[in-house]
Design a protein around this ligand. Structure first.
Ligand code: PEP
Length: 260
């Protein structure tokens, strides 16, 4: 049984004390669910103290970024190697990094490869912006981002990559338009089709696909119910414990409704 993956990307918010308080509140509200994997992505500075605080039966940690070299003279950077025992996942290719920090397709590819090399699952974010959407270029953008990002991996390694479809226009930072679950489903199909063409149907079926873009406790169920949706990547709403625990609850209810 595949677990539903709910990832909270706290972005550049919450110092150690604030993060600790949020985890305490989440801990009070979220039960241990075997079939839901709840992942918190705090700032780099907060990963270590949170790793001592979290109940590992309930929460896992992700980093929001890392550098693709394992060590060396790269002032200010943190490598995947350094995160090995700390983070299960690293978010790679988030649109804020592509846009504000000019991360190219090749940089994202090298980060995905570095994650796999260090036994960390990358959460690879892909998605078109509003201009590309208006020009009907979603398929091309998804194709280009996926092809390059996965190009140094074997089919078995591709199975370890989590792909988060995050249309840039739907992310709260960039406008937060609400995507329709039917449209997200079409893009999921595109992604699986593309992985299948490149790496075969086993890798395509195994791929965990998340949706991200202004997901909150009210809208989560609509996305999580999409056929083949493996979970959600949540930004803004993950900073609010009512919202985030509500999203986990929605994921749990959906799983158990499906079983009944
Ligand atoms: C994100 O940062 O990945 C994201 C989806 O943000 P938000 O939920 O705030 O749109």
């Amino acid at each position: 049984m595949k677990q539903t993956l709910i990832v909270g990307n706290w972005k550049m918010n919450l110092n150690t004390q604030q993060a600790s308080l949020l985890v305490k509140r989440l801990d009070d509200r979220i039960a241990i669910h075997r079939d839901i994997e709840v992942v918190l992505a705090p700032s780099m500075l907060v990963l270590q103290p949170l790793s001592l605080q979290i109940d590992r039966r309930k929460f896992r940690l992700a980093a929001q970024n890392a550098f693709y070299k394992d060590e060396g003279a790269y002032t200010g950077e943190v490598s995947f190697t350094m995160l090995r025992d700390l983070a299960h996942y690293v978010i790679v290719g988030h649109s804020e990094r592509r846009i504000y920090f000019h991360e190219t397709l090749e940089v994202v590819r090298d980060k995905v490869q570095a994650a796999i090399r260090n036994n960390i699952s990358p959460i690879l974010c892909i998605g078109e912006n509003k201009h590309e959407r208006a020009a009907n270029e979603t398929k091309r953008v998804i194709h280009d981002q996926l092809t390059t990002a996965l190009s140094n991996l074997t089919a078995e390694e591709v199975e370890k990559v989590v792909v988060a479809y995050e249309p840039v226009w739907a992310i709260s930072t960039f406008g937060g338009e609400i995507a329709k679950p039917d449209d997200v489903q079409k893009v999921f199909k595109m992604i699986r089709g593309h992985i299948s063409e490149l790496y075969g149907s086993k890798a395509s079926k195994a791929a965990r696909l998340l949706y991200g873009g202004s997901v909150n406790a009210d809208t989560a169920a609509g996305y999580l119910a999409i056929d083949g949706c493996g979970g959600a990547l949540v930004g803004n709403a993950s900073l609010n414990y009512h919202q985030f625990s509500g999203i986990v609850e929605a994921a749990y209810r959906l799983k158990h409704k499906a079983k009944a």
